[in-house]
Design a protein around this ligand. Sequence first.
Ligand code: FAD
Ligand code: MLT
Ligand code: ZN
Length: 470
Amino acid sequence: MTRPEFLHACCEVLGAMHVLTAPEDMAPYLTDWRGRFTGSAAAVLRPADTLQVAAVVALCAEAKVPLVPQGGNTGLVLGSVPDLAGNAVVLSLKRMNRIRAIDLVNNTITVEAGSILEEVQNAASKADRLFPLSLAAEGSCTIGGNLATNAGGTAVLRYGSMRDLCLGLEVVTADGKVWDGLRGLRKDNTGYDLRNLFIGAEGTLGIITAAVLKLFPQPKAQVTALAGLNTPQDALRLLAMAQATCAAGLTGFELMSACSVALVARHFPQMRTGFQDAHAQYVLLEISDSESEAHATAMLEAVVEEAMEGAVLCDAVVASSIAQSRALWSLREHITLAQAAEGKHVKHDVSVPISSIAEFIGQTDALLQQAFPGCRMVTFGHLGDGNLHYNVSAPEAMADEAFIQHQEAINLIVHDSAVRFGGSISAEHGLGMLKRDEIRRYKSDVEMELMTAIKKALDPHQLMNPGKVL
Ligand code: FAD
Ligand code: MLT
Ligand code: ZN
């Protein structure tokens, strides 16, 4: 099949208006969220339902056209954009955004892959349920992208990551068949776990078209507090106190370095901690409670009091209104935007055992300062999950462009350090193109062979998101 024949066949399946080939129409689909890479594609295809996805994937298989699945294009590792070859098609799932069913007894919601995360949260909330995945990109990322990256976010501590929130999947395989695995079962031991192969595969094994997701009871109250502390060690002490008092009620525990908070204040001056003095570290805590707001507030105040008495905290505020709680979360959620506004920087998404986090920060900060004196540590993230966005910005006196020329050396220091502590170089963002080569340094031959064998079995012609992950 020639390229014009292929595109013509796609138009027959999707309708010509959903086969984009003009450069200006394709442009938004070709550049990643951080603006770090622009790829090239033969077309952008916009199917409306699973059968259309299956039909175009079958056409791709026949014509040997690689395809790049895309949801909200908010991924941070260059997974959702095509490479420079120009022979791939981008398969945008965004038109597939229907909520197919809600089962209030089974506590599940069945949604299409292009559904925006925030809309799924809202649908759950309207049905008096909670869909707990929460991240700053929730207004534009999609369930398909969340599943394909096994997204984490700010409530993993209590509810787990996307893998833990999914019971069933519908997938179009690399040869264009539909696997209907939309089972709402919490227990199912019938052989290999196909669902968990596709989750976290970043579109390299198949196209996720729909999913059955878990719902939870709405908490009666959610209460937020912000604490100012001196060290990451103190943050770990605070975590232990909060867990002892609140147990599973502790839903969020986010660390923000002074530098992260200062960057937000610089680019979004209305966002402040409200503290009189600056602190070296900040922790945002959230608890969810099934009793009442008064009960939740009392618990959080007890944690703060105990931590103050133990000299673990320097200052703290427990939000007294929903507006104040939103403002505190907004500060946290604007760090990524503030970093983007500040300029280019070197981003990391590492995890280490929670017990090693303080030591990891201490040792790695020292190694970086030795190699790049004055570099700014925009360290923040999901401390309660052992996951840090350990981002490094240029020293004030150095241009970003010059600094990011050292990206490889910086990655080596940070990733070697994480792995020395038994950690991972990608906790929640995935590998994409960005970390595809680097992962080989850290995974054993056996692990790489097993991953390659799975890829070959499910995608023998290497058409599904080529050049990503492997
Ligand atoms: P895309 O970016 O479109 O795609 C991501 C990957 O999934 C690509 O490899 C793509 O090919 C594949 N893919 C997409 N849809 C499908 C599908 N239907 N079938 C198969 N493969 C598919 N991530 C976190 O984990 N935690 C956070 O806290 C977090 N915060 C963020 C904050 C900001 C401001 C931004 C910009 C990003 C953040 N992210 C976070 C990263 C990103 O939002 C997540 O990775 C998200 O899950 C991506 O969803 P998406 O729909 O945008 O996917
Ligand atoms: C976050 O936790 O805010 C994100 O994962 C985004 C980021 O790393 O910048
Ligand atoms: Zn994160």
